[in-house]
Design a protein around this ligand. Structure first.
Ligand code: SAM
Length: 243
């Protein structure tokens, strides 16, 4: 029986996996609540030789909670290039490494993507350890159609570029999912209102955390609501597609 979809490798790397090399595990971790971690993620974090973490302080909390003592190094936007060289050397030497992002699934709108690409180029075996991701959690309670959707990650911090990005998806019937930081929430909502119109939108805030909140309404209503006090926390925006 056909076992399922074949993994994708760039041409030239397909038959080049060196089994003496270590494995890079892409480990999903909680987006807030420490109980949202899988048994397999905990075992993997315990058994690998090294953990590469985007935010060592946040990952340390998870590791301490579950009494995991694996050595950890930082891997984030500003040390990415030289840390990548070190991690690839370790992997090629046979060490197993877990990549962990600040929260959720590594590689989704975070620097993990760069290490994943570099590892593929070197023919290193990659194994996903699935678990939480903010976009899927938000979408799952949005009530907006989710049989297909368009994930845009973070829009540009520059308004002109952001509007052009929104114009590009204006005619899109699929539900649109965005990440946004608290200090850009209001300006992004204003741009959505101007470019896409007053669409039904769901804003999720601080999912799985103490101040978890879900707000549903037209963009104009949500703008009014979030303009009343300085937005705080982490947000996912889900905007209905063009009707
Ligand atoms: N890789 C992560 C994932 O799989 O979800 C996303 C990383 S991205 C750098 C961080 C963004 O995810 C935040 O700015 C926010 O938009 C969203 N996010 C993360 N945790 C969240 C939470 N608990 N509630 C709502 N949004 C969250």
């Amino acid at each position: 029986m056909f076992p399922g979809p074949l993994p994708f490798f760039p041409v030239g790397v397909m038959f080049d996996l060196d089994m003496a090399q270590g494995t890079l595990y892409i480990v999903s971790t909680p987006i807030g609540n420490l109980e949202d971690v899988t048994l397999r993620a905990l075992r993997t974090l315990k058994e690998v030789d090294l953990i590469a973490a985007e935010d060592t302080r946040r990952t340390r909390k998870l590791l301490s909670h579950y009494q995991i003592h694996t050595p950890m190094v930082s891997y984030y936007t500003y040390n990415r290039l030289w840390r990548e060289k070190y991690l690839l050397r370790e992997l090629r030497g046979g060490k197993n490494v877990s990549l962990v992002s600040e929260a959720g699934t590594p590689g989704i709108s975070d620097p993990g993507y760069s290490l994943i690409q570099a590892a593929i180029e070197k023919g290193i075996n990659l194994v996903p350890i699935p678990g939480p991701s903010a976009l899927i959690s938000a979408l799952s309670i949005s009530g907006l159609p989710a049989h297909n959707f368009l994930f845009l990650g973070f829009l540009s911090s520059k308004s002109g570029r952001r509007r052009r990005q929104l114009k590009g998806v204006k005619g899109e019937p699929m539900t649109i999912v965005l990440y946004e930081s608290p200090h850009r929430l209001l300006s992004t909502l204003k741009d959505i209102l101007e470019v896409l119109g007053d669409r039904l939108t769901v804003i999720t805030r601080e999912l799985t955390k103490k101040y978890e909140e879900v707000a549903r309404g037209k963009v104009s209503q949500l703008l009014d609501k979030f303009a009343r006090a300085k937005p705080r926390g982490e947000f996912v925006l889900i905007v209905e597609g063009k009707l």
